[in-house]
Design a protein around this ligand. Structure first.
Ligand SMILES: Nc1ncnc2c1ncn2[C@@H]1O[C@H](COP(=O)(O)OP(=O)(O)O)[C@@H](O)[C@H]1O
Ligand SMILES: [Mg+2]
Length: 385
């Protein structure tokens, strides 16, 4: 049987570039080589797509972040630029090797088609997990892992996501949406509207991940600085009432039309809340799988996970995150991540491992789901003639 060529697109322009490098290293390492041939394609931080000679190997996001911090700002000089062709073609991705010397002076280059059968965009955050890359892949008519354009965009935008959850009556903590123009027009009025939620508050850029730009506000005078910080990352903010003493529970979903929910796990952050440091750099953050929950709570978390998945129209995979009030046990839906951290030690993979699906089987299943969705889409009529 011919091996399928799997393009693993990773890196990207978002603040989660390093996390994506680690996720891609895990995917590439665990692809069943008897069936798949990985082709790593890196998106540099400046947005260029390049074909890399050596696949990434880091075992964790912490390792990549540490390397990046030591290396400092550095521009990569990879020459093998890769372009995606935004129309149906046998060669969806092309690599351009620019020649050197006299040939280069004449503008000559060698163009090679990568001949990919399916693409795994292991990208987190804006310009990757938000429907932008998914849109390109749709135009190129290639099978790809994970949710499509709409679900990816809706899952990335916390304000839109919350509206879709609310439409199904899913439980969420009270929140307001604040736009830059409202804040700049009248800070006092905007503050009053926000503070009506009570304290503590969580101030979040609407379109981001990995806790970047998020602050916990415990006293009213801290609010303005938190809003200013979040506005550095997005023009639109979501500001939420804090769930007191929140337990953080996560559940993995896998499938297309008939998705399954994993057993839930718990994150025990080492810090005040689960911020960037606690997520990737502080080894003291722990996970507990399975989470210690009552049978009824497990059923509730799994039901809500599948509802959240359907609410945004997700396909393939998502991780659904909850906040549970320690005192009352009330379950609140926090967010859905359509391309969660994907290293072998990431929560998504760990939850499936504990639910009986190994990492290798998980990657295999996701590729099968991508091919199935693509095939079923190809069967649709595109014309009335
Ligand atoms: N309403 C809330 N109540 C309590 N803690 C919260 C709340 N919102 C966020 N947090 C804390 O902040 C972290 C990051 O928030 P989240 O909305 O998940 O953003 P991101 O998309 O960046 O992961 C959560 O994991 C949790 O620790
Ligand atoms: Mg989160």
């Amino acid at each position: 049987m011919k091996k399928l060529r799997v393009g693993v697109i990773y890196g990207g322009r978002s603040g989660e570039h390093e996390v994506s490098v680690a996720s891609a290293a895990s995917v590439i390492k665990h692809l069943d080589r008897t069936r798949y041939e990985p082709v790593p394609v890196r998106i540099e931080k400046d947005g260029r797509w390049t074909l890399v000679d050596r696949a990434p190997t880091a075992a964790s996001a912490a390792e990549v972040i540490e390397q990046a911090r030591q290396a400092g700002p550095r521009t990569s000089r990879a020459r093998r630029e890769t372009l995606i062709v935004p129309h149906e073609s046998d060669d969806t991705l092309l690599t351009i090797d620019r020649l050197t010397g006299a040939e280069a002076d004449q503008g000559q280059a060698v163009v090679t088609g990568l001949g990919l059968d399916v693409i795994f965009p292991v990208l987190h955050g804006p310009y990757g997990e938000d429907g932008t890359v998914q849109g390109l892949l749709e135009l190129a008519s290639v099978a790809y892992v994970g949710p499509g354009v709409l679900a990816s965009a809706a899952g990335m935008d916390k304000a839109v996501m919350k509206v879709l959850f609310a439409a199904r009556g899913l439980p969420q903590t009270p929140y307001v949406v604040l736009r830059r123009r409202e804040w700049e027009a009248d800070r006092e009025a905007a503050s009053a509207r926000v503070l009506a939620l009570g304290l503590p508050l969580f101030v979040k850029p609407a379109n981001l991940g990995s806790s970047v730009g998020i602050s916990k506000v415990k006293r009213a005078p801290e609010l303005a600085a938190a809003i200013d910080l979040a506005l550095e990352f997005d023009h639109k903010l979501v500001i939420e009432a804090g769930v007191p003493e929140a337990r953080e529970i996560e559940c993995a979903v896998l499938g297309n039309d008939d998705p399954r929910a994993s057993i839930p796990g718990e994150i025990i952050p080492s810090r005040e809340f689960y911020d960037y440091e606690a997520k990737y750099l502080d080894a003291a953050s722990r996970t507990e799988i399975p989470a210690t929950l009552t049978e009824a709570q497990v059923a509730e978390v799994q039901r809500l996970s599948l509802e959240a998945f359907e609410a945004i129209g997700a396909e393939g995979l998502s991780r659904v995150d909850f906040l549970i009030a320690r005192d009352t046990g009330a379950v609140y839906l926090n967010e859905i991540n359509t391309m969660p951290g994907f290293t072998t030690i990431s929560m998504y993979a760990q939850l499936w491992d504990a639910s009986g699906v190994s990492y290798t089987a998980l990657v295999d299943r996701l590729i099968t789901l991508a091919l199935e969705r693509h095939a079923s889409k190809q069967r649709l009529r595109t014309s009335v003639l």
